[in-house]
Write a protein that binds this ligand. Sequence first.
Ligand SMILES: C[S@@+](CC[C@H](N)C(=O)[O-])C[C@H]1O[C@@H](n2cnc3c(N)ncnc32)[C@H](O)[C@@H]1O
Length: 295
Amino acid sequence: MFCSVGLSFLGLVVLTSFLWAPLLILNLPFILLGLLVLRVTGLSHRLLLVYYAIYDFMFYRSEFLRKTLWQVMYDLMVYLYPQCKWRCMNYGYASLTPDGKTLDLSLVDEYERFPLQMYMTAASCQGAFTSWADKTVVEVGSGRGGGLEYIHRTMKPSSSYGVDYSDNQVEFCKQSYGEIEGLAYAQGDSEKLDQVKMLEGVKADLIFNVESSHCYGNFDAFVAQVSKMLKQGGQFSMTDFRADTDLPAFETSLLSHGMVPVMSNPLETSEEDGHHPQCDPGLEAGRAAEDLSDR
Ligand SMILES: C[S@@+](CC[C@H](N)C(=O)[O-])C[C@H]1O[C@@H](n2cnc3c(N)ncnc32)[C@H](O)[C@@H]1O
């Protein structure tokens, strides 16, 4: 699929070259002169800053635009990379040991060791479940579904639900894991979980969220939904990246919806040995406040 899209694009470029090539050659001196002026006057640096500001706004600050752009990107990624071997899309987690391994994995899972280690860290970091047998877990932003499938297969909760905004990815999950008992995926918006049919009546023991929340238009609306769906005393665990300046709003959001932080590990390394705290970079774990009455 990827090859055919690439080849079609190349074909189009070659076929239309009689249109753009002469224009490019004629204008090349002006383009080069313009670039030189930008460089000498220092304007290129300013333009770069404007570019960064626009990029930051589009992908990390806007509401509607950010949501739509990420959705289009993830839909497109499944289209371009339909291989079912690729199941996770996070940066991965490694312990600071020579091999970084925290899990014993089968050969198949070894292929995505570090993203799966991230999943296990996020899903079980609080270590509060002695048994998962009767637990209901929900992943918001489940992506290509492999992380949730791994948690479901190894921890064996009674039910696991994955929700993702990208239709194509959810379709991919249904095709890849649709037969597995107790595991289900549905399309839905993190900010409107109460409108996801699959989750009707679901009260979760654990809701987790792996490197997805930076795509949401309104993080606070997401936390409000999580808070509603958690059982009393249930857990919310998430890992993602944030600019330092955004951390206060991030923390306020969690606290204002009744999350009692039980652990928070910003990505830090100690000066002595380059070792960071026992758990996940940027992991926030919260436990729903016992006295929230709307559960
Ligand atoms: C970096 S990927 C991480 C996927 C998965 N958690 C993993 O680690 O493999 C971010 C995911 O968040 C999903 N996402 C983005 N905005 C969302 C939203 N508003 N509601 C639900 N999922 C969303 C994307 O479609 C994408 O699958």
